[in-house]
Design a protein around this ligand. Structure first.
Ligand code: AP5
Ligand code: MG
Length: 220
């Protein structure tokens, strides 16, 4: 399956993507994680991306689309993928459509995670991610690691993302409403959107997401 995950910052896209990708045997491709990996390797791309990310703004399309395309062209993504954080505006969605059309492929579903704003603020405030791999995500009270400050998955140090400050989160939410939400209508016009509530236990949300994706795959 080729799936796009969409939802506000802190909705749980990365958390759910880890389980969904495993259940569906497809790679989890997060543009945010790719940028953070570039930042920790101190690449030119990382330096450029950091200046936008720290302000809560989108990294320019010229850079983002190329990076996402390179990742989708890797062999593990030939049979499908789960995109998390891409596309993030209508021009990225159009570029993705073009890219897939050129390969004779199409998306199967756009999974829209709905969470009220007060809850995303709480989720972001307590989030801790792993320095070695930012796709390893925890929360100080909701999903704490076994040992405080240490990643359960790889033993890396847990830290608070630079863009998780109160002020940057406000900008990220605004950018989500103005630039990213319009892609939901764009994909609704293609009949691809399935919306679920992302409230409740992580495993319950995964169950809801799997059911919704199965319905989308085999419409009645
Ligand atoms: P990105 O890394 O994609 O950030 P985001 O979209 O703002 O989303 P988050 O990662 O903050 O949240 P999430 O939904 O993954 O939630 P998580 O699972 O961690 O992008 C960062 C930046 O990179 C952007 O601002 C932009 O600058 C740039 N960028 C990235 N892609 C781009 C693109 N395509 N174009 C341009 N720029 C781009 O969960 C949050 C917390 O909640 C965690 O602590 C988790 O443990 C907890 N949690 C999760 N589920 C539950 C639950 N069910 N109950 C309780 N707690 C839960
Ligand atoms: Mg994420």
């Amino acid at each position: 399956m080729r799936i796009v995950l969409v939802g506000p910052p802190g909705a749980g896209k990365g958390t759910q993507a880890a389980f969904l990708a495993k259940n569906l045997s497809i790679p989890h491709i997060s543009t945010g994680d790719l940028f953070r990996a570039n930042i920790s390797r101190q690449t030119e791309l990382g330096k450029l991306a950091k200046s936008y990310m720290d302000a809560g703004n989108l990294v320019p399309d010229e850079v983002t689309i190329g990076m996402a395309k390179d990742r989708m062209e890797q062999s593990d993504a030939a049979g499908g993928f789960l995109l998390d954080g891409f596309p993030r505006n209508v021009s990225q969605a159009e570029a993705l459509d073009e890219m897939l059309k050129d390969e004779g492929m199409k998306l199967d579903a756009v999974l829209d995670l709905e969470v009220p704003e007060d809850e995303v603020v709480k989720r972001i405030a307590g989030r801790r991610v792993c320095r070695k791999d930012s796709s390893h995500v925890f929360h100080v009270t909701y999903t704490p690691p076994k040992t405080e400050g240490v990643c359960d998955t790889c033993g890396g140090e847990l830290y608070q993302r630079d863009d998780d400050s109160e002020e940057t989160v406000r900008t990220r939410l605004e950018v989500y409403h103005t630039q990213t939400e319009p892609i939901i209508d764009y994909y609704k016009a293609q009949g691809l959107v399935v919306t679920i509530s992302a409230l409740g236990k992580v495993e319950d949300v995964t169950g809801r997401a799997m059911k919704a994706l199965q319905r989308q795959e085999a419409p009645q």
